[in-house]
Design a binder for this molecule. Structure first.
Ligand SMILES: Nc1ncnc2c1ncn2[C@@H]1O[C@H](COP(=O)(O)OS(=O)(=O)O)[C@@H](OP(=O)(O)O)[C@H]1O
Length: 336
């Protein structure tokens, strides 16, 4: 039996007297004070009051201070790097960053910060290289990563299955027309001289023939990409999150993800507020911080306005693929 620091809901930190991290919310506020050892190992992580003989009550100091879950145990050399048990595999511009940022608020989720791109670009480097990119975790914590391009990478399902057949997969999907415009907006922000969205959409504008080889269009044919994943994973092992609902009801979608991952529902609507300036839900407190946190400027860009007829033609193009996708997933995403 040993003692381990863990986050106590939104109240700060407490001591967990358990051989394994549990999914329960934790101990009462009066225990919410880590031992001084944490400050000796890494003073930067401790509130200034606890380092000197300040007069402020310790409980209020710790309530406003929230280092990342398991910090002390990890500083003491506990935990190890593990291959991910769950991966957000797509889709590009679906809302994958928002989902991962929200999910990592959970004390039993730890995630790689940057996109590893292992199963599409780095596979030859081997699993040991990939594991090194992961954060250290304690028993019971889930290691995650997100790389949205996996969803459209032919080799990704076989490779992930070779790592572990039990890997849980999450796909954030969004109306393929809006997704295509979002994708184009991102490219435009990097290369302002590219042709218009309208001209890139068509092979032949007069006949209305869509250019399905353009990646912005191609990625949105979700049913086609999903078929490839179903050759290696049962549909029950893939969770589909609505990118639209992730914005309109983040707590609802996060509830589904926590259930899917076998986690206690700790992230609830209390964690979010709607930031009017940003126009998106944001976190009241980000992971390891007591401050509100919205996603950066590259998330939630203003899209250029696109010719209505072109949008209409794209809607017609995607409709049969969307219907097939609803059928395959058993979920109507309401894009039509
Ligand atoms: N809470 C919150 N804050 C900001 N943005 C949010 C949020 N939830 C979802 N989104 C939508 O996420 C879109 C970007 O998706 P991804 O993170 O998957 O993009 S990427 O593939 O990693 O580049 C991004 O697309 P654009 O609006 O086109 O920029 C957002 O619409």
């Amino acid at each position: 039996m040993y003692q381990r620091l863990r986050r106590v809901g939104e109240r700060g930190w407490g001591i967990q007297r358990s051989p394994r991290p549990s999914h329960s919310i934790g101990s009462p506020a009066r225990e919410a004070r880590p031992p001084p050892l944490a400050c000796r190992v890494q003073p930067r992580l401790c509130p200034p009051h606890s380092r000197s003989s300040g007069t402020r009550p310790a409980s209020s100091v710790w309530r406003s201070f929230a280092p990342p879950p398991g910090t002390l145990a990890l500083l003491l050399g506990e935990g190890s790097k593990r291959l991910p048990q769950a991966i957000i595999v797509g889709v590009k511009k679906g809302g994958t960053r928002a989902l991962l940022e929200f999910l990592r608020v959970h004390p039993d989720v730890r995630a790689a910060g940057a996109e590893p791109h292992f199963f599409d670009r780095g596979y030859e480097r081997g699993f040991a290289w990939y594991r090194e990119l992961m954060p250290r975790t304690l028993d019971g914590q889930i290691t995650m990563e997100k790389t949205p391009s996996y969803f459209v990478t032919k080799e990704a399902p076989a490779r992930i299955s070779a790592m572990s057949k039990g890997t849980k997969l999450i796909v954030v999907v969004r109306d393929p027309v809006t997704r295509a415009i979002s994708d184009y907006t991102q490219t435009l922000s990097k290369k302002p001289d590219i042709p218009t969205f309208e001209s890139l959409t068509f092979k032949n504008r007069t006949t209305g023939l869509i250019d399905t080889s353009w990646s912005a269009i191609q990625i949105g044919i979700y049913a086609k990409h999903l078929e490839n994943w179903l050759l290696y994973f049962p549909i029950e092992q893939i969770l589909f999150i609505s990118g639209e609902r992730l914005i309109s009801d983040p707590a609802g979608e996060l509830g589904r993800v926590q259930d899917f991952l076998g986690l206690k529902r700790i992230i609830t609507d209390k964690h979010f507020y709607f930031n009017k300036t940003k126009g998106f839900p944001c976190l009241k407190k980000a992971e390891g911080s007591s401050k509100p946190h919205c996603l950066g400027k590259t998330k939630g860009r203003t899209h250029p306005s696109i010719d209505k007829e072109v949008v209409q033609r794209l809607r017609e193009f995607y409709r049969p693929f969307n219907m097939k996708f609803y059928q395959m997933t058993g979920h109507d995403f309401g894009w039509d």
